[in-house]
Ligand binder design. Structure first.
Ligand code: G3I
Length: 373
């Protein structure tokens, strides 16, 4: 009878998409390995957190996150539009909850983000005068960086200041404050947050031209005698086109500048994208999903294997350079939470993380763990 039952379980598991051995591990009742424990001597392992997760509203997430992660970044709640919606109006409640959550669960928080052209409050978008923008800029950085100094581990001080060709993005900050705004942002953050690590964070900065722009930014901050502790390569890539050689070169180039290197928003899309290139520019949407959502009910083996191999290759590379890398953060705990279900096309079914929609570890999770064996 037992033998028949085992045969039945084996048959049912082989009918789904994951390779048999990985699927069997995944189905077992025993606890899964821990990412943070597995890589504890290598780098921090982080995740983005949304409001429900910070408030522990979902029991499965509340249980899984502290077991798997020792670092976290608020996905949205510390962006200017949310935390600073009016000149003299700040909403600290969620960020304070995040700090308490981090303290309770021994999770290091990277606050995200002080100066970003996107998700600005309406009152900032309508500013036309350099003096007014500088006032916002100074108040915003000083207020937030000082409030959370010693409570968060680090800040993404400036986010996504570069165009793809390596020139500075023509943001409201560049246009009204001039190109020194980046150094000034770090200077203000350094003054307000002497106990907090300070980072520059961007996507596609592993690519040569944009990387050169990021190198210039870091050199300029350092040349001004201002502190920058690290650089975050976001890591929004397509599973089938991970630029491993450029990533490796970036690790070498950035670490040669004497800053920590981090992968700060890692996710691997498995869905077709209309531009045929990596893009994390949230303003670049491409309509709704009609006819463009190929895997609404699960990934075929072939695609699951590409995703798994992609994560495996990345973690092998990360381990090779673990002396230069301080943190790997996934942009979302599970597939259901990922922004990539709505970008660049709304309403699709993407599979970019290590955990499925029920928070169950995917084959990619076990492949990542296995890179340590
Ligand atoms: O909170 C509102 C909700 O009240 C409203 O009903 C709903 C309607 O659309 O929108 C909600 O806000 C959304 C927010 O996510 C929270 O879900 C915004 O529209 C949406 O634009 C926002 O998207 C976030 C995006 O940044 C823009 O801020 C994504 O969740 C977040 O994953 C993404 O993260 C960025 C990093 O910060 C920087 N690097 C790129 C990365 C991916 O775009």
């Amino acid at each position: 009878m037992i033998k028949i039952f085992i045969t039945f379980v084996t048959l049912t598991t082989t009918c789904s998409f994951a390779p048999l051995q990985l699927q069997a591990q995944n189905q077992s009742q025993s606890p899964i390995p821990s990412l943070k424990e597995t890589f504890k001597n290598d780098f921090l392992i982080g995740t983005a957190l949304n409001t429900a997760q910070i408030q522990e509203k979902d029991p499965a997430a509340a249980q899984l996150i502290p077991l798997q992660f020792n670092a976290a970044t608020p996905e949205n709640i510390m962006k200017a539009a949310i935390i600073h919606p009016g000149w003299d109006h700040y909403n600290f409640t969620l960020a304070d909850q995040l700090v308490a959550y981090g303290q309770k669960n021994k999770i290091k928080i990277t606050a995200h983000t002080l100066i970003w052209h996107s998700q600005l409050p309406d009152f900032v978008r309508s500013i036309k005068s350099p003096d007014s923008l500088r006032q916002f800029f100074t108040n915003h950085i000083s207020t937030l960086a000082s409030r959370y100094d010693g409570k968060v581990f680090s800040w993404d001080v400036v986010n996504e200041a570069l165009e793809e060709n390596g020139s500075l993005r023509k943001s409201i900050f560049l246009q009204l404050l001039g190109e020194d705004y980046i150094v000034e942002a770090f200077r203000l953050a350094q003054k307000a947050a002497p106990h907090t690590e300070l980072y520059y964070n961007d996507y596609n900065i592993e690519q040569p031209k944009k990387r050169a722009g990021a190198v210039e930014i870091i050199k300029k901050i350092k040349a001004a005698g201002v502190r920058i502790d690290g650089v975050g390569i976001q890591g929004h890539w397509r599973a089938s086109h991970i630029p491993l050689a450029e990533i490796e070169q970036s690790i070498l180039d950035f670490s040669a500048l004497g800053v920590k290197v981090m992968f700060t928003e890692l996710d691997l899309s498995v869905l077709p994208n209309p531009w045929d290139r990596d893009n994390a520019d949230v303003s670049a949407t491409a309509g709704n999903s009609t006819g463009k959502d190929p895997y609404p009910n699960g990934l075929p083996d072939s695609v699951q294997n590409v995703l798994t191999k992609g994560y495996e290759d990345l973690f092998k590379l990360f381990l090779k350079h673990k002396d230069k890398i301080s943190r790997i953060t996934f942009w979302g705990v599970n597939d259901g939470q990922s922004w990539l279900n709505d970008f660049p096309i709304r309403g699709r079914t993407n599979y970019p993380t290590l955990f499925d929609r029920a928070y169950k570890a995917k084959p990619a999770f076990y492949a990542v763990i296995a890179t340590k064996k």
